[in-house]
Design a protein around this ligand. Structure first.
Ligand SMILES: Cc1cc2nc3c(=O)[nH]c(=O)nc-3n(C[C@H](O)[C@H](O)[C@H](O)COP(=O)(O)OP(=O)(O)OC[C@H]3O[C@@H](n4cnc5c(N)ncnc54)[C@H](O)[C@@H]3O)c2cc1C
Length: 304
């Protein structure tokens, strides 16, 4: 990985933003996962192509992460370069009722910005602990709101050759926890949204109600990646898991949350193998009892 680090330094990445042998447990909300060979924190959209060039020059694969809130990284970690776009690369600007948001902005910062500007359409995103980039890839949503309802354009960069790619209208390919960007081999650099003028007091009230509902229902005191499985058509994964008597089921330090059966939580020192074994067991038992095949919502990266 020395060649990669040299390329990144030559491309003017500050040394403190290049992290060799980065523990992915530190960069994911599940707090599990082995090391990435090298992780680089991206500070602005221009750096995306620069980091891609450095990886291509060193002949290593590139993996994208945002805030790591929908990720399970296997215990062997991730080979090559992990590009992290979260915290920085987070500018938000307004043009009429349109917001232009860089990929590293958090969903909650975007929702707060919209509230401050008296714009409605993002209140449901406030409690989702991801970035705009990770959110748009996943078509994140909650309580009836979904990014697909407001996103009109995504500016991205192709991993293969660094060329700019624009997704607009039907090309965004949004579905339930899915987008065209997810399968296109691209890095989201910025997102354009069309919002509507709204009453700040009503937006604030809605955000407070939803924050309260999350604290009430979700095991926010334990590390997790949110809902472990997607909702099967017309059903709730949490209810199926609960109905099969799996609430509290534990393998190592991975447990089906006692508070919300849709969440697998890390009780403290879970490994990715614990989480994966528990997910397999949940799938097996739910299928055995109900005939329904659960599909992971959590994205699984890396190697054993
Ligand atoms: C407590 C808790 C509650 C949650 N509640 C919800 C909820 O209500 N609704 C919901 O939808 N989700 C929820 N989630 C899951 C998660 O927060 C969302 O899926 C979020 O959108 C993921 O964003 P992220 O930045 O963390 O992405 P990551 O988890 O880092 O990445 C997710 C995927 O996006 C890709 N990716 C990330 N950034 C980029 C980029 N810039 N360009 C290209 N690809 C990228 C990654 O490679 C990965 O495949 C919850 C998670 C937790 C821990």
């Amino acid at each position: 990985m020395d060649a990669l680090i040299t390329s990144l330094v030559q491309a003017n990445f500050a040394p403190e933003r290049i992290i060799p042998r980065a523990s992915m447990a530190r960069y994911t909300t599940f707090r599990v996962g082995g090391p990435a060979d090298v992780l680089v924190n991206i500070a602005n959209p221009e750096e995306i192509s620069v980091a891609l060039r450095a990886a291509r020059h060193a002949g290593v694969p590139v993996t994208l992460i945002g805030n790591g809130s929908n990720l399970l990284v296997r215990d062997g970690g991730i080979r090559g370069l992990v590009m992290r776009i979260a915290g920085d690369c987070a500018g938000i600007t307004r043009d009429g009722n349109t917001l232009h948001i860089q990929a590293g902005a958090s969903l909650s910062a975007a929702a707060q910005f919209a509230l401050n500007e008296g714009l409605a359409g993002l209140a449901e995103m406030a409690g989702i602990p991801g970035t705009i980039g990770g959110g748009v890839i996943m078509n994140a949503g909650a309580y009836g709101g979904e990014l697909s309802q407001v996103v009109t354009r995504v500016d991205a960069v192709a991993v293969a050759d660094g060329r700019p790619v624009v997704f607009e209208g039907p090309d965004l390919g949004f579905g339930y926890r899915h987008s065209a960007m997810m399968d296109a081999g691209v890095i989201v650099a910025s997102v354009t949204m069309q919002l509507t003028p709204g009453d700040p007091d009503s937006i604030r009230t809605r955000m407070n109600e939803l924050a309260h509902a999350r604290r009430d229902k979700q095991p926010l005191n334990y590390p997790s990646a949110g809902s472990t499985f997607k909702r099967p058509q017309g059903m709730f994964a949490a209810k199926l898991i609960d109905d099969c008597g799996l609430r509290g089921l534990r393998i190592g330090d991975a447990q089906v949350s006692e508070k919300h059966a849709g969440f697998v939580v890390n009780l403290g020192s879970a490994t990715a193998s614990d989480v994966l074994a528990l997910m397999d067991e949940i799938k097996r038992r739910v299928f055995e009892v109900t005939g329904v095949t659960l599909e992971p919502e959590v994205r699984i990266l890396g190697q054993d």
